[in-house]
Design a protein around this ligand. Structure first.
Ligand code: HXC
Length: 522
């Protein structure tokens, strides 16, 4: 080969590489400096910055960087930006593989074209195939208006993958900008949705349409901001002050969950002693059974390093849900909160807990249930709202769950709520109570008022009857005599007893009768 020929080949290779570089640079610039500056001026990171913040350093590998839309109408012919408004790929979070997509608001407002949707679908299929969690960072003006029905089809393709991935790999959505119209249904089908305060919103129809149809005047923030969805609608599981906080906490959240339905959550070694006792627990239950105490104190004192990752903190506060670790193992906690509505089960708390129980069960996360429940909330609001059906969700979820289930009754376990809260009868694996537990059909006062209605005009007699009833039933020992409890334990030793119970359940196998799926009362 002549020398000049080699030179030509060398030059042309360099050119090719330079072209690749320039194409990459163009893609990385997204919608351009002006739009990036605007994004920053709103306190938002760009899609790329978000991915880098979420993932371990230099672990991101991008796919489909050069994809462009094929829309020809409304001046879109030739108006393309590589990547088409969504960045997709994979990377690591604390060394574990995850798949991620981040919508890029600087490119056509992050709007979804059919090619944008194809990128998301591709990465979701890879996540399912390779059994790793998928995280979506949403920031989008919705369907690409210039495209029309094809983008609607694209949404449906994403929704289908959401349904197929459900129960196979964890799906997490972080809403970091607009998310409106049918676009909201992809996050809604994922396991967890988080939002950023002040810069994100989710609604099916925006304030203008609401005004036209219902004459209500409402701002976007009131209609679908983080406050609304974490306190009123329960669409979101948590909200954060800004993008960096959101992504940093998301990294922590991912450490609690397994990568797929065939694995356990990663163990995190702890210096916290298995045998650490908490003397404060011996006196946490007030002498007056009508006085509340903070169930969070109990959760914190038994958890490794006093760490509780609470979900839906500001919604249906009468029940607490979230993750702790016990001796390094992730545990899903469901706990009645006597500080709110006396810890009653109502529609909202039943729905909140039921969905969490199902997530834990789908992904082999053991469940700890802490019980102090005076029953289901009475009243027309609850009955008309369908408490029967919603309460049954929680009952169903616990009954079908085959993941390890450990229950600790601290005080009240009355009526149907006793059954529901992971009782022995629903295949609780280890059911414990503190000596302060009261397991009965109902509270002594209510019981006496029914049983001795004809003595109600004699307060002394009623008081004696109430004391008798309390004496007989307001303790854990009748349940323990029947084997409905496995043991009555000393409160200060609860951490150790719970760790032991869960460690014995590590190899638990249990299955339900063969079926396509159970018909949970939705
Ligand atoms: C194409 C869009 C777009 C969209 C925004 N842009 N939304 N392009 N399709 N859906 C573009 C804008 O033209 C603009 O382009 C850039 O993104 C930024 O938008 P701005 O309006 O300047 O930003 P901002 O003022 O922050 O307002 C954001 C917004 C607004 C509230 C999201 O853009 C908006 O209302 N967009 C339309 C929302 C919408 O109605 N979408 C369809 C919903 S129906 P330039 O070039 O100027 O930067 C739907 C059906 C889904 O989604 C059904 C699924 C089943």
């Amino acid at each position: 080969m002549a020398l000049w020929e080699v030179c030509v080949i060398k030059k042309s290779s360099r050119e090719i590489i330079l072209e690749l570089q320039s194409r990459r640079d163009k893609a990385r610039l997204g919608g351009g400096k002006k739009r990036i500056d605007k994004q920053h001026s709103l306190g938002k990171l760009t899609a790329r910055e978000r991915i880098i913040t979420l993932l371990d350093q230099e672990s991101f590998e991008e796919t489909d960087m050069f994809v462009v839309h094929r829309i020809r109408d409304f001046g879109m012919d030739g108006n393309t930006i590589p990547g088409d408004g969504v960045i997709t790929g994979s990377g690591k979070v604390n060394g574990r593989l995850i798949y991620v997509y981040a919508q890029d608001f600087t490119v056509f407002g992050g709007s979804l074209s059919s090619d944008h949707a194809k990128k998301i679908v591709k990465i979701m299929k890879l996540a399912i195939q390779n059994m790793a969690p998928i995280v979506g960072l949403n920031d989008s003006g919705g369907a690409r208006i210039q495209e029309g029905v094809e983008s609607l089809g694209g949404y449906a393709d994403v929704f289908l993958q959401n349904a197929l991935a459900s129960g196979v790999i964890p799906q997490i959505s972080m809403i970091m900008g607009p998310c409106a119209g049918g676009a909201v249904y992809s996050p809604a089908m994922t396991d967890f949705t988080f939002m950023v305060k002040g810069t994100s919103y989710m609604f099916v129809t925006g304030p203008d349409v609401v005004k036209t149809v219902t004459s209500e005047e409402v701002t976007a923030e009131e209609l679908g901001g983080a406050e609304t969805h974490t306190t009123i609608s329960s669409v979101a599981d948590g909200a954060f002050n800004n993008d960096v906080e959101a992504l940093t906490v998301l990294r922590k959240f991912i450490t609690y969950i397994p990568s797929n339905n065939a694995e356990s959550a990663p163990l995190r070694k702890t210096e916290d002693s298995r045998k650490r006792i908490s003397l404060a627990l011996d006196t946490i239950i007030p002498e007056n059974p009508n006085l509340p105490y903070d169930m969070k104190e109990l959760i914190l004192s038994i958890a490794d390093q006093y760490d509780f990752f609470e979900l839906q903190e500001n919604y249906a506060k009468n029940i607490l849900i979230g993750f702790i670790r016990l001796d390094g193992q992730t545990i899903g906690v469901v706990a009645n909160q006597p500080m709110v509505l006396a810890g009653c089960l109502d529609i909202d708390s039943s729905r909140k807990a039921a969905r969490f129980v199902r997530f834990c069960d789908a992904f082999n996360i053991p469940i700890l249930t802490l019980v102090d429940v005076p029953g289901f909330m009475p009243g027309t609001m609850q009955e008309y709202g369908g408490i029967i059906k919603h309460g049954a969700k929680l009952l169903f979820a616990y009954a079908e769950a085959t993941t390890p289930k450990v229950t600790l009754i601290t005080r009240k376990a009355y009526g149907g709520a006793y059954d529901v809260m992971s009782s022995k009868h629903l295949r609780g694996d280890a059911n414990y109570a503190w000596p302060t537990a009261e397991i009965a059909v109902m509270g002594a006062k209510g019981a006496v008022e029914i049983l001795f209605r004809n003595e109600l005009d004699d307060p002394q007699k009623i008081e004696k009857r109430t004391l008798d009833y309390e004496e007989r039933f307001a303790n854990p020992f009748i349940a323990a005599e029947r084997g409905f409890l496995d043991d009555v334990i000393i409160p200060n030793n609860s951490r150790f007893r719970l760790i032991q119970a869960f460690s014995k359940l590590k190899n638990k196998t249990q299955s339900n009768p063969k079926k396509k799926f159970g018909n949970i009362p939705l």
